[in-house]
Structures are given as C-alpha cells and as structure tokens.
Design a protein around this ligand. Structure first.
Ligand code: NAD
Length: 436
C-alpha cells in the first residue's frame, strides 16, 4: 500500500519505518523545513536506537520519502496517518491546532478516496471533528469523495519505539467503516497480536485510559515508597511481593522520582480535562498528578536533610532524559530538580549520554560534564536521575575518589544499596530501608 504519514516526530518517523518494514511505500510530511532537510540526509531529529539506520535504508531504497507539503504526496496515497503533536493547553486539555490543520489540508488537497488514520493522542470526539473538517473542505471545493476516518492510537515507548511498533501488545482500530477496517487489516497484515475493532470514540478513550492507568500505578508505588520510609519497610520488596500477583503485574511498580516524558503528564491532564468538561471530578487522576508533582521536591528535601543546606554545594546530576535510551527531556524530572536546586543556590554539574544538548538550550549556565566521572568531580552529592545502564555499571569506587563527599541519592533505585554502602558511600534511594 501507499501511505502518507503527517508529522516527522517520534511517532511519525517510527510508524513510517515500521510501515516500510511491512512492505508499504511511505511518504513522510513534516512542516519544519530544518527537520525535512535533516531527515533527507538520513539523520533523525531525536535519538532512538535502531531507527536512523532503518530510515537511511528505506530512503536509499526509495520505499520512503520525506516531503515538506502534503499536496506533494497525498494523491499517491491510499491512507493518510496523522502523527502530529497534541501538547497541553493551559487548562490541561489537548491542543488540537496541528491535528485540525492537517484535517483541513487533507480536505483541501485530496483528489481521491482516502482512509484518514489518527495516530496522535486526541480527546474523545476528535475523530468526528476531523471528519467534519475534511468534509467541509471537500464541499467548499464541490468534490464528492469517500474519506473514511479511523482512530488507531499509538502505544510505543520511547527508547523501545521501533520494537514496540513492530511487536505491539495489541492494535486498536476505531472506525464505523467496513472499507476502512479492510484497509487497516492490509496495513497491519504482518503484525501478529490481538486486534480490537471498536468505535472511534472508544479507541480514543482507550489510549488515554491506558496511559492514565500506568501513571496511576507509578504514583501509587511512589506514594507507597514515602510510607515505607516511615514504617521501616522496603518498597522494592513490597513491590515484588505485590507484583507477583497476576492480577496486579510487576511492571510500572518501580518507585522513583516520578513519571515524565511527552505522554503521561499530558495525557493524564487531558483525561482529567475531558472529565471536567463533562462535570465530573476524577479523584484518582487528581491524586496521581499531585503525587507526581511533589515527588521530586520530596526527594530534593531528602538530599537537603543530608547536606543540611544546599547553598554553595555542588550537586552532580546523572541523567537528564525523562527515561533511559532517549534524548527526550519533555517533563523530565531532571528539569524540576534543576529548578529546585537553582532556587536553593546549589551549583549543578550534569551528565547524560544523549540529552545534554536539549538541556543546554534551556539551562546554558550549568556545567555540562564530558563523562559521569567528570560530573562527579568535587561534588558534595550525586543524584541519579535517569537509570541509564552506564550509571549502573560505572566504577563507583573510582567515582568516589573524585567526589568531595561520598553521597549518592538514587532517584531510580538503580544501584545496589549494599554494594554502595560497602564502598563507603552514604547511599539513599526511594522508599528503601536496610532490610536487604
Ligand atoms: P513530536 O512533537 O515529536 O512530533 C510531531 C511532529 O509533527 C513535529 O516534528 C512537528 O513539526 C510536526 N508537525 C506539526 N504540525 C504539522 C503539520 N501540519 N504538518 C506536518 N508536520 C507537522 O510528537 P510525537 O512525540 O511524535 O507525538 C505525536 C503524537 O503521538 C502526540 O499526539 C503524542 O501524544 C502521541 N504519542 C506519542 C508517543 C511518544 O512516545 N512520543 C507515544 C504514543 C503516542
């Protein structure tokens, strides 16, 4: 099949590469000219393992092409996927400006029957609005075409994006059109997983409900961690004990300094906003957000209690991205920590394998170290913010010799407390007690 994907970001590019891997011919449309130029040179505008090589391969083979304008490729496509951003507005609801603009462009330029597939995360009712915007443009042009809409939310995880796109747990297809259902079957012909056929509105809700549930699990274990510290219990042991219950499951039960990224914070807020617009209060979502908002400050307060005063102290942040294996810093805990430490007059050195450039644009005044060891030089304390593998396997004995004070605060419970203590560190994590 011939498919156009609008939006050359994490989802758009990964989806395009996955669709090309399934044998389809894919056109990517990206509004940002600099990104178009970069992509045409085979360079990703973000870090995601394995995607750049595939992108280059398909660009060279001609199976994938990059465009600046939708009108250049829409009439060579059987389906158009919308994968543009849907950031938060001030009231927490999703900003649909980009999605609406793409819908209008589709209505303005298509000369043929189409299936329009929304991959972007959008509130319930957006599919219907996309449909109306397209129809309005078609009728303004006096054109009668069959344009069917589908909600096909994306569940990939950054850091494992391509694997997830090629091996999804499930595919959700929301549409009322048999023709669209048939075409979506052909799009995903070689993926083997459960497929849920449902209404557009249900599909839209499934995406928000999934992300909110995962965020809730994280906030639950984070709040539990605070209680564990007061009750001389260990949240890792508790999480293991509850996670082995198949009804609960062990994933997303790692206590830490809170969730971040481009999806969880924005999607929980958006679901809460959807409820608010319906006159409903979502108590669990409110609590989920509140716990997450306060988790980093709770952790920085723990550091302050150890150092007594953060003014003039040198704190080394290990990790800046919102999670390992990505350079994405959207809503990252590191940014909140930098803000809090700056307010408390600490001096900050940072190191991250991939995300330093992104943070440098926001906070040029920090010391950007050339390695984790360099970041730790003369540090009064290290804060492990992102659990990159290299921090777990570094030579902490060597690191200790560089530090002014051997203090490690592990915001992701990524290191072994017993090993760190044996090496002579003051070590603390999230919800840990000396039970191991
Ligand atoms: P992103 O910001 O990385 O990429 C969006 C891209 O769309 C940008 O490059 C932007 O320039 C481009 N764009 C905006 N308007 C355009 C237009 N009119 N025409 C062409 N290009 C346009 O966003 P993302 O992380 O890829 O997320 C996209 C959507 O997918 C969001 O709704 C998000 O919630 C959802 N999603 C994201 C993830 C994730 O892990 N990032 C996972 C699942 C779902």
């Amino acid at each position: 099949m011939k498919i156009t994907v609008v939006g050359g970001g994490y989802v758009g590019i990964t989806t395009s590469v996955a669709l090309a891997s399934s044998g389809h011919t894919v056109h990517i449309v990206e509004i940002n000219k600099a990104k178009v130029n970069q992509l045409n040179k085979g360079k990703l505008p973000f870090y995601e393992d394995g995607v750049e090589e595939k992108l280059r391969w398909f660009l060279t083979s001609g199976q994938l092409s990059i465009h600046h304008q939708l009108e250049d490729c829409i009439n060579e496509s059987d389906a158009v996927f919308i994968a543009v951003g849907t950031p938060s507005l001030a009231d927490g609801s999703a900003d649909l400006t980009a999605v609406d603009a793409v819908a209008e462009q589709i209505g303005s330029y298509t000369e043929r029957d189409l299936v329009v597939v929304t991959k972007s995360t959008v509130p319930v009712g957006s599919g219907e609005k996309i449909n109306q915007l397209i129809r309005q443009k078609l009728s303004e042009r006096g054109v009668d075409l069959m344009v069917d809409t589908v909600s096909n939310p994306e569940f990939l995880r950054e850091g494992k994006a391509l694997y997830d796109a090629l091996h999804p747990d499930r595919i959700v297809i929301g549409t009322s059109s048999d023709r669209a259902r048939h075409i979506m079957k052909a799009v995903y012909h070689d993926l083997h997983c459960p497929v849920i056929y449902t209404t557009i509105e249900n599909a839209e809700m499934i995406k928000y409900a999934s992300n909110a549930f995962l965020a809730m699990k994280i906030s639950y274990v984070n709040e539990l961690a605070r209680l564990c510290e007061r009750t001389n219990t260990n949240v890792q042991h508790v999480a293991e004990g509850i996670g082995l219950d198949k009804r609960i499951g062990s994933l997303f039960l790692n206590a830490g300094i809170g969730y971040g990224g481009s999806c969880f914070p924005k999607d929980v807020k958006a679901l809460e906003a959807i409820a608010r617009q319906q006159g409903l209060t979502m108590h669990l979502l409110e609590a989920t957000m509140r716990i997450n908002e306060t988790q980093t400050e709770w952790f920085v307060n723990k550091l302050q209690a150890v150092l007594h005063n953060l003014g003039g102290k040198k704190i080394a942040l290990l990790g800046l991205s919102f999670k390992p294996d990505t350079d994405d810093i959207r809503e990252a805990a590191s940014l909140k920590i930098i803000h809090l430490l700056t307010q408390r007059n600490a001096s900050i050195s940072v190191y991250d394998p991939q995300a330093m450039e992104n943070v440098k644009n926001l906070h040029p005044q920090l010391y950007y170290a050339s390695s984790s060891y360099d970041a730790l030089k003369n540090a009064d304390a290290a804060l492990l913010v992102t659990e990159w593998e290299e921090f777990k396997h570094m030579d902490w004995e060597k690191a200790k010799m560089n530090m002014k004070q051997p203090i490690v605060m592990d915001g992701r419970n990524a290191l072994s407390p017993s090993v760190m203590k044996k090496l002579g560190f003051y070590y603390d994590g999230v919800g840990l007690n000396d039970t191991q």
